[in-house]
Design a protein around this ligand. Structure first.
Ligand SMILES: Nc1ncnc2c1ncn2[C@@H]1O[C@H](COP(=O)(O)OP(=O)(O)O)[C@@H](O)[C@H]1O
Ligand SMILES: [Mg+2]
Length: 269
């Protein structure tokens, strides 16, 4: 097993409120790990800390990248605790948002193209002076974006305004945008929210499919139990910012603490 991301003893406070306490996570390459818990438990805050939106009050976030040094693969440890979101994206961590954040008035293809721009080598000067190189990059980006749309089953909507897509497809487009930055680690914040059972099943297949195709590691927050239990190998449970359980889907389903804090309530609701 190769370690990809480590969150060490992370605490995030907002004023007097402790949103997350002493959170620990070790993600291995190729894993799909779930994060569940009641609303307000601190799940999205964990994502915001990992992606550099917030600097944690305490603790450390380490991302491990493999580099080819003179033909040898060397693992390098990068402390991203204080890195900016754009730097973290460039290192290979991408996310989707609980509240969909698409450019509503742009087309499906344009939404992916914009995300793709993050990875372009040309800066403004090369764009102005080395026009052919810039044009070639533009063309390549367009091709790559179209390929992504195809992979996610969105190609036929490429010229539609993103806001005109049904909700489930907008969530897919969010995933396409995240993939456009060529991540190694993908964080999904409630990807099945608002989806009907059929769409949820398709989403599960999609998650497995992109994981294989793009060689991803996935860390996901989700309330739909069939989705989280169906795709995750391992699940962490947060309650009031505290990790109350960690284990396989089966262990989590049978954990009394989890049933009391979360699953019991879900079943009633
Ligand atoms: N930027 C912020 N400022 C103040 N409080 C916040 C902020 N972000 C999150 N919180 C609070 O932290 C707690 C955890 O929120 P969140 O991580 O969004 O929970 P979850 O995603 O599990 O529903 C909540 O009480 C929320 O109100
Ligand atoms: Mg949330």
């Amino acid at each position: 097993m190769t370690l990809l991301l480590e969150v060490k003893d992370m605490t995030m406070q907002f004023g007097g409120l402790t949103a997350v306490s002493n959170f620990n996570l070790r993600l291995n390459k190729g894993e799909i790990v779930g994060l569940i818990g009641p609303n307000g438990a601190g799940k999205t805050t964990c994502f915001n800390v990992i992606t550099g939106e917030y600097i944690p009050t305490k603790g450390q976030i380490v991302f491990y990248i493999s580099e080819n040094v003179n033909g040898q693969i060397v693992s390098k440890e990068i402390d991203i605790t204080r890195s900016r979101p754009d730097q973290i994206t460039k290192l290979g961590i991408a996310r989707t948002f609980q509240n969909i954040r698409l450019f509503k008035n742009l087309s499906v293809l344009e939404n992916v193209l914009i995300a793709n721009h993050l990875n372009v080598k040309s800066n403004f000067l090369t764009a102005a002076f080395k026009f052919p190189a810039y044009q070639r990059e533009e063309r390549e980006m367009r091709e790559k974006s179209l390929e992504l749309l195809k992979e996610l089953g969105l190609e036929k909507f490429k010229n539609e305004k993103s806001s005109s897509l049904p909700y489930g497809l907008q969530r897919r487009l969010e995933i396409a945008r995240a993939l456009a930055t060529q991540p190694k680690l993908l964080l999904l914040d409630e990807p099945a929210a608002g989806m009907n059972p059929q769409e949820s099943i398709e989403l599960m297949n999609l998650i497995n499919q992109i994981k294989e195709k793009f060689d991803l590691t996935i860390f996901m927050i989700e309330h739909h139990m069939p989705v989280i239990m169906g795709v995750c190998e391992r699940i962490l449970v947060l309650d009031y910012g505290i990790t109350i359980a960690e284990g396989t889907p089966k262990e989590i389903q049978n954990n009394q603490k989890v049933i009391d804090a979360y699953l019991g309530v879900e079943t009633i609701a």
